[in-house]
Design a protein around this ligand. Structure first.
Ligand code: ADP
Ligand code: MG
Length: 921
């Protein structure tokens, strides 16, 4: 057929020669992978003398050239096998006396047709299948090579040609339901197809048709009884658009479909009152198979027809489309031969039209004629690709053995021989799988969109976070700026303060120098007077001397007075002038003496003042210069001595003012308000030390020092300051007036709070000492109790520190003494406030404390309590009697021992209790 080169390729069509292909079915993969030579390698027909047909160009067929060029196909001759049916029952009988008209030499692929007893012709075929060839072998030699090509993307045709009853349907259409060995080519072909595809992505569809009297009927849908044949003018593809197309999923489905087709064929033929042998049965199988073709094998044309070169190593999705046609032709016998059918001539012509046309086409092709009458029949139109086209075609011609049908057999053989001459140019149809590529790209695009969206979101998040960070940074910068500004102004302020402090220090230093100079001057003054070489010792000497002088003067004056008195008594008033004159002289002398004495007394007073001033200045100077160790402590009557361990802290950066100099004291007190705790500590220590001396106490209180100390107790957060302030208050509390002042300013509350917050027992000692001093004031007894003074004292015993306990004991003793004094004076009655406040157990418990500083105070307190009859029962109940007895026996102080004895003896309650206890005091 001349359309071999007329195939128009479209941009999407890929015609290419055999090449390696992939197959998802691994079991078959290897089988189809090799670029095998076309399975139907041509077998040359024997060119025999007298043979009516000579194969064309045997040499070129013998070595078929595989064309690997892109556009050219693979040369493949139509393969023809002959199959001999065994004698049937009728032939067994009818031809019993005759030999078969054919003789087969399958190993030589030869068939000899006996024309008569003398003449025979031998023909060579591609395969010669004997009457005992199995269906399997027939499939393998006839159909298998076609199937292999079909699965590689080539079109394929398997066709049976022969006289009715020679086994065409047996060869092609047996279903093998009873015996699977009987399965014909259709069933076996589908088995191979299904095994050779990948069901998930490939597809197999089937149409089953009957061509009868140039009408195409659908064997799968009898209602479709005139299906048109459509040819694509571009590709030359033939299709039957109206035909039912069934997708084949499995073998059983296909067998069902064949059965349906067969029964429909039977029904149709019954209806038309004809036989199946008059019609052609056509099974069309379309296969779409996805393969991966290495890119070097592919040039993908773009829409302009230009090649787009893909990068090497990639596998663009490719789909191979192939079509397998299996045709069970109508019987080849001439219809007109058997007039028994009673068909009209036209009808008979029509029945045979397709077959005749096929014969003509095959003749034309075999003879290499330029015109092939392909359009003469529907069959030739349907099979245009099978003979002289691009398909691999295999023809099985069936013959019977009976010599009675020699003519038909001959005709069949000749048909086969001519068909063997037809050369097809096999071309594969590979299409770039735009659909799946599109799908894939679509998915990729979706993924990209999603990814891009994600990235955008991430970007936005990051931007937002950055913005937040930036804002934070801005805020932090602003805060930093503010802080820096604040710091700068703070620094300026501090610098200013620093300068001021330095200036003040400088002033203080100058002042100190001035004072030192003054002191020095005073000392030298005193030395110059030669009355006292050293302020303390020399002035004392001077005073002694002056006292002596004064004493002398006094004695001489007394002497003079005595003389004067004697004179006055002995001499009457009328004494003469001489006596009066003497008296007057004596009186004058006396007056002089008196004046001199007054002068001396004044001088003594002045010197005493000077001495005191000098002593103080000396001490201050000493402490300023080297850190004083004790500030007149030895001379103090107070039990409260400001702790020696801080005194050495005083000094280098603090100059005390002159204490009796009001201005200096004020300055000192103003330092108590300093922001610098160190300065505060040192200032309060100086004040405390000054307060230790009675001489300074009044001035300190006058200058508001006491008030300051109380304020420190209240406000200072530094325990050292509070401790020293409490010490100062204790010192000031030696004075009765100050005691009242302390109480009126809420001192008890402040002291007891200080005690509550104290961590250092020395603080407690100071507080206890202060309260103990206050306890010695008769007028403050009730207020002291009301303000919680006794409670505070008793609370402090918890510290167990002997110094603290001694102060507590002293306070209690002071308090008890005042009480007993009040009772004696009749100013108070009732039970001791100490007992009311619950002090008795502690008193009794510590009456025999091993520390004498504690013991002697308590012993005294007990005695004072015992002195008041009203306390007697409580004392007895608390077990104080035994202690009193012990005191009366053992106390180291005799006066107390005696007092205790007296008390025991004097109280009837004590006496009866002693008797009860059988104690003899
Ligand atoms: P056709 O389709 O060519 O008219 P059939 O296939 O119907 O012929 O065969 C006719 C008869 O011959 C059937 O009964 C079939 O079973 C039998 N037959 C055909 N070929 C063979 C064979 N090779 N071996 C045994 N029986 C055969
Ligand atoms: Mg048949």
């Amino acid at each position: 057929m001349s359309y071999r080169n007329g195939l128009n390729r479209t941009a999407t069509k890929l015609d290419k020669p055999l090449s390696s292909s992939s197959n998802c079915n691994s079991s078959n993969g290897g089988k189809y992978l090799a670029p095998s030579p076309p399975p139907s390698s041509p077998a040359p027909a024997i060119s025999k003398p007298g043979s009516p047909l000579h194969p064309t160009s045997a040499s070129s067929r013998r070595t078929p050239q595989r064309t690997w060029k892109h556009d050219s196909g693979v040369s493949g001759r139509v393969r023809v096998a002959v199959r001999l049916r065994p004698r049937n029952a009728e032939e067994m009988v009818a031809d019993a006396d005759f030999a078969d008209c054919v003789e087969l030499q399958p190993e030589l692929k030869r068939l000899t047709l006996r024309k008569n007893n003398w003449v025979s012709e031998t023909y060579e075929f591609d395969e010669v299948l004997t009457d005992f060839s199995s269906q399997k072998r027939v499939y393998e030699v006839v159909a298998k090579p076609v199937l292999e090509s079909v699965l590689e993307g080539y079109n394929g045709t398997v066709m049976a040609y022969g006289q009715t009853g020679t086994g065409k349907t047996f060869t092609l259409g047996r279903l093998g339901e009873e015996d699977i060995a009987d399965r014909g080519i259709m069933v076996r072909a589908m088995e191979d197809i299904l095994a050779g595809i990948c069901p998930e992505q490939d597809s197999v569809t089937v149409s089953y048709l009957q061509l009868y009297m140039e009408t195409v009927q659908d064997l799968l849908d009898p209602s479709k009884d005139n299906i048109p044949i459509v040819e694509d003018p571009k590709t030359g593809d033939v299709s039957l658009p109206g035909a039912t197309v069934v997708e084949i999923r499995d073998q059983a489905g296909f067998v069902d479909l064949l059965q349906t087709g067969e029964s429909n064929r039977f029904a149709a033929n019954t209806k038309l009152n004809t036989e199946s042998s008059r019609s052609h049965a056509i099974l069309m199988v379309n296969i779409k198979k996805h393969v991966k073709v290495p890119v070097e094998d592919l040039d993908i044309p773009n829409e302009n027809g230009l090649s787009m070169h893909k990068s090497k190593g990639s596998y663009p999705p490719t789909v191979r489309k192939s079509k397998l046609i299996i045709v069970d032709l109508a019987g080849s016998e001439r219809v007109d031969k058997s007039g028994s059918e009673g068909l009209a001539l036209e009808e008979a012509k029509s029945i045979n039209l397709s077959l005749t046309a096929l014969g003509k086409c095959i003749n034309a092709l075999a003879d290499g004629k330029s015109h092939v009458p392909i359009r003469d029949s529907k069959l030739t139109r349907l099979l245009r690709d099978s003979f002289g086209g691009t398909a691999r075609t295999s023809l099985v011609i069936t013959i019977g053995p009976s010599p009675r049908h020699r003519g038909e057999t001959m005709s069949t053989i000749m048909f086969g021989q001519r068909a063997m001459k037809i050369e097809n140019m096999m071309k594969r149809r590979e299409e770039f799988d735009y659909k799946s590529m599109c799908h894939k790209l679509g998915m990729e695009l979706e993924r990209c969109f999603a990814e891009s969206e994600r990235q955008n979101k991430l970007l936005l998040d990051v931007e937002r976070k950055l913005e937040e960070r930036l804002e934070e940074t801005r805020r932090a910068e602003k805060n930093l700026e503010c802080a820096l500004e604040k710091m700068a102004s703070e620094r300026a302020r501090h610098q200013k303060e620093h300068v001021e402090v330095l200036q003040n220090l400088e002033i203080e230093r100058t002042e100190r120098l001035r004072m030192e100079n003054e002191l020095q001057a005073a000392k030298s003054d005193m030395k110059n007077h030669k009355e006292v070489p050293e302020p303390s010792k020399d002035v004392n000497d001077e005073i002694l001397e002056l006292k002596l002088q004064l004493e002398n003067e006094r004695q001489s004056r007394q002497q003079a007075e005595r003389e004067l008195r004697i004179l006055k008594s002995g001499v009457p008033s009328q004494y003469g002038n001489s006596e009066s004159t003497e008296i007057m002289i004596l009186s004058r002398r006396l007056e002089n003496e008196i004046q001199r004495r007054t002068k001396l007394e004044d001088e003594i007073k002045r010197l005493q003042n000077q001495l005191s001033q000098a002593t103080l200045e000396l001490e201050v100077a000493k402490s300023s210069a080297s850190g004083f160790t004790s500030f007149g402590l030895n001379s103090l009557k107070t039990p409260m001595i400001v702790n020696h361990n801080f005194e050495s802290d005083l000094g280098h950066n603090l100059d005390t003012g002159r204490p009796q100099d009001h201005v200096g004291l004020q300055k000192l007190l103003s330092l108590l308000e300093s922001q610098d705790v160190g300065i505060q500590v040192q200032a309060v220590k100086v004040v405390a030390n000054l307060a230790a001396e009675e001489a300074h106490q009044e001035k300190i209180v006058e200058a508001g020092g006491l008030h300051h100390m109380l304020l420190l107790l209240r406000d200072s957060e530094d325990e050292t300051i509070r401790r020293v302030a409490a010490g100062a208050i204790a010192n000031l509390a030696m004075n009765e007036r100050n005691q009242e002042l302390i109480m009126s300013e809420g001192g008890i509350a402040l002291l007891s709070r200080t005690a509550d917050n104290a961590e250092d027992p020395q603080t407690l000692r100071m507080v206890a000492g202060a309260i103990a001093n206050l306890c010695g004031n008769d007028k403050l007894q009730l207020k002291l109790r009301d303000d919680g003074g006794i409670k505070a004292l008793l609370k402090m015993v918890n510290s167990r520190h002997s110094d603290v306990l001694a102060q507590v004991a002293r306070g209690i003793a002071n308090f008890a003494k005042c009480e007993s004094r009040g009772v004696v004076q009749g100013s108070r009655m009732g039970r001791s406030l100490l007992i009311d406040e619950g002090a008795l157990p502690w008193i009794v418990g510590n009456a025999n404390n091993e520390a004498s500083s504690i013991r002697r105070h308590i012993e005294l307190a007990l005695c004072h309590l015992a002195q008041q009859d009203v306390n007697a029962r409580d004392l007895v109940a608390a077990g104080a009697l035994r202690e009193l007895v012990r005191i009366s026996r053992e106390c180291s102080r005799e006066d107390i021992r005696m007092l205790a004895r007296r008390l025991l003896a004097g109280s009837s309650i004590f006496q009866s209790e002693l008797r009860r206890l059988h104690i003899v005091p």
